[in-house]
Structure formats: structure tokens, C-alpha cells
Design a protein around this ligand. Structure first.
Ligand SMILES: [Zn+2]
Length: 409
């Protein structure tokens, strides 16, 4: 081995250890020297040196004192949240959100746009996004040189290699939109595009109630159905970018036709759209039902209104949807054995019994392990997508670009 090679290896190892320390603090919020030494296997002295370097580079800061076992106080360290910032965009059928946030996922400026309006074409939509990016920067007062980049969560499927949104079934305006290239050209920032359910999962992983886990599945029960998989702290997009297409697993081989062309997909029996279709069909025979005359133009809000009034027909359709969802979630748990399943989306948020049914059915059917797979309702709700999109940028920084910062020390 040449002297040069040897030196390179040492620098790589040093940077690897620094990244490990940074990412541990990032995931846990704060950490003490002793805590870091025990999880990384590095010596206390090595940790002390790394922390001093990271502090010198302004990447971490001293947090408050933490009480340890015997009443002694130890200094704890946190990521310097104001070292850099990122922008998160979540493109959604109902509301598109844009935020500027710090490195601890705290939102500093936000713009929301209702998607009710008719866009004249892709240009108008893209112009709105670019304007929103400039607006959040202006209102935050943060200098452009402090912004690491833009993360985008968009309806899939996505061509990850080229940053192109392909043909999202519920948002045709986005068809074949080369969004990464357009945003990079117009803002000057690097842009990272991922599927919407992936960024939501990432938001839950970094900033939701699932902070202490390594493997998490997010299940979105909305007008469509999707999921996002985080395995050992990494987003799993699959070999072709379509991992987590949970809506298209078959739950009833003779079931209704799905818009993917198959029969009895989960999406065809459990999604908001499936609930509306079933209700509309069953109302044909229910002339006295308050929704009878509206049966061909139902919106999902009607369903929640009726369920709130304890309407038996509506509730039985929602409960049936939740039952199939529970069956599918049990399969998901059997395959991945995640520490946590987080559930969100409009059906979970607006019909409280939905989650309880899914949990009961999944608990009954899954293979029992030594510990429980926790199931939670999303606590971040509609913020998970924008925050997760911003966290994709932060993640790229803490795992790759931070090496350039290390070169200064
Ligand atoms: Zn399908």
C-alpha cells in the first residue's frame, strides 16, 4: 500500500466516524459523549475529539445538561439546526405545500396552494412552484447561500434517474413533467424528487412519533392507496422505483376491477375512490337514503358526514374497507416485520374507527413475534410530506455533501 493510499483510507475512516456521530445525534435529537461512545464502539477520547471538530465546524452545538444515572450532569450535543436549511415541496391532489425548514425539521416559512383551481397547463403549475420557492426564501429572511436544495414529493410513478414524474393516475397535469431539470434551472438549487408516500414515510421517520425506530412502514389510506418503506434508516424505492405499491396487491382474486387493469387490488376495495363507488352503487336500491339523489355525484366529504351521523350503510362500507386494509397490513407486517407501521390519509384521519379495525384485524392475522409491531396514526398529518421532502435534502447533506465541509478541518 502506498503512503498516499494509506492517508486516503485514514481520511475516509475519519469522515465515516464523523458521519456516524452526526447521524446518531440527528436521529436522537441529542446525545452525550458516553452515549455516543457506547453506540458507536469508539473510545470516549475519540468521541470527544470528533465532537470538538464538529463543534468547530458549527455542525453541532452544545445542548443543555442531561442528568445521568447517579444525579451527575453530562453535556449533551445537538445538530446546529441553523447551519443550513432545506426546501420541501409536497405535490398533492388537494393541497400543494412548500416549506423552508432548518436541519431539525422545524418549519420556518410555509406556502400552501389549494389545487381546486384549473391550471391552464404544466407551465402555470410549474410557475406556481417556482414562485412559492422564492416566497418562502424571502419571508424566511434566510440567504440563498444557506439553502442546501429542494426536495419534492410527487405522485408516482417517478423516473428517479432522470427526475421525471411519469403518469400519476390522479393528477394527469403532471404527465411526463421533467420537474427536476426545470426546478434546477429556475432556482439554481439541487433538486431531489421522490414518490409522495416515500417522503411522507421519511417525514414520519425523522420527525414523527416514530423517531426511535430504524424500520418503518407508512401506509397511506387516501383516495388512492400507497406506502413508503424505510429499512434500516434508508428509503427503499426498489429496483425500478416502484417499491411500496401497496395499493396493487391482490386481496380478492374475483374482486372489482382496479384502474391498473387487475382485479381485486386493495385500492379497488379499500381506497376513498372505491368507497365512493360502492356507496353510489348501493344507493341505487335505497330510495329513502338522504344521499339517494346525490348518488352519482358523491364526494368523500359526504361519506364522512353520513358516518358521523351513524348512517349504517356508509359505516358498513367504511368498515368493510378497513377490514380488507387490515388483512393487507397483516401481510405487510409478515413480510417486513417493521418496528412501526404509521397510518395516515383521509380515511384514517376522518373516520376514527378505521384505524381500530385495521389494527384489530392485522393483530389477529399476523405471525406473532417476540415483540409487538407498533401501529400508530400519523401525528404529523399533512405536514409529514413537506417535512419529509426537506429531510431528503438534509439526508443527502449528512451522508454525502458533509464530506466537503470536513475537508475544511
Ligand atoms: Zn391495481
Amino acid at each position: 500500500m502506498t503512503e498516499q493510499n494509506n492517508q486516503n483510507n485514514q481520511v475516509q475512516l475519519k469522515n465515516y466516524n464523523r458521519r456516524t456521530v452526526l447521524n446518531y445525534i440527528r436521529k436522537n435529537g441529542t446525545a452525550t459523549k458516553a452515549g455516543l461512545a457506547s453506540v458507536t464502539g469508539l473510545t470516549f477520547m475519540a468521541i470527544k475529539k470528533i465532537l470538538a471538530e464538529l463543534e468547530e465546524l458549527n455542525l453541532v452545538r452544545n445542548d443543555q445538561m442531561e442528568t445521568t444515572g447517579v444525579g451527575r450532569k453530562a453535556v449533551s450535543y445537538a445538530i446546529n439546526e441553523n447551519y443550513r436549511y432545506s426546501i420541501g415541496i409536497h405535490i398533492n391532489k388537494f393541497v400543494t405545500g412548500v416549506v423552508l425548514m432548518n436541519l431539525q425539521g422545524q418549519v420556518i416559512a410555509r406556502e400552501n396552494y389549494s389545487m381546486d383551481k384549473e391550471f391552464s397547463g404544466q407551465n402555470e403549475f410549474v410557475d406556481m412552484l417556482i414562485r412559492a420557492v422564492n416566497l418562502v426564501i424571502e419571508s424566511s429572511g434566510i440567504g440563498r447561500d444557506k439553502i442546501l436544495g429542494i426536495g419534492v414529493g410527487a405522485p408516482g410513478p417517478i423516473d428517479y434517474e432522470n427526475g421525471i414524474i411519469l403518469t400519476p393516475p390522479n393528477m394527469p397535469i403532471l404527465n411526463y413533467l421533467p420537474l427536476r431539470e426545470i426546478l434546477e434551472e429556475n432556482t439554481g438549487f439541487p433538486v431531489f424528487i421522490s414518490k409522495d408516500t416515500n417522503v411522507i414515510a421519511f417525514g414520519e421517520y425523522w420527525c414523527g412519533e416514530a423517531k426511535d425506530c430504524n424500520t418503518l412502514v407508512y401506509v397511506d389510506v387516501d383516495m388512492g392507496i400507497g406506502s413508503g418503506l424505510i429499512i434500516d434508516g434508508k428509503l427503499n424505492i426498489g429496483a425500478n422505483g416502484v417499491a411500496g405499491e401497496f395499493g396493487h396487491i391482490t386481496v380478492d382474486i374475483n374482486g372489482p376491477l382496479c384502474n391498473c387493469g387487475n382485479k381485486g387490488c386493495l385500492e379497488a376495495v379499500s381506497s376513498g375512490i372505491a368507497v365512493l363507488k360502492t356507496l353510489s352503487r348501493q344507493l341505487d336500491k335505497e330510495e329513502k337514503h338522504p344521499l339517494y339523489h346525490k348518488r352519482n355525484e358523491l364526494v368523500i366529504e359526504d361519506v364522512f358526514e353520513m358516518a358521523k351521523k351513524k348512517d349504517m350503510l356508509t359505516m358498513s362500507i367504511l368498515n368493510q374497507s378497513a377490514f380488507y386494509m387490515g388483512v393487507a397490513v397483516s401481510s405487510l407486517i409478515n413480510i417486513l416485520d417493521p418496528e412501526i407501521v404509521v397510518m395516515g390519509g383521509i380515511l384514517i384521519q376522518r373516520y376514527p374507527m378505521y384505524f381500530d379495525i385495521v389494527k384489530d384485524v392485522a393483530d389477529q392475522r399476523k405471525v406473532k413475534g417476540a415483540k409487538e409491531n407498533r401501529m400508530l396514526i400519523s401525528s404529523l398529518k399533512e405536514s409529514a410530506g413537506v417535512i419529509g421532502a426537506g429531510e431528503i435534502v438534509a439526508d443527502n447533506f449528512f451522508n454525502k455533501r458533509v464530506n466537503d465541509v470536513f475537508m475544511k478541518n
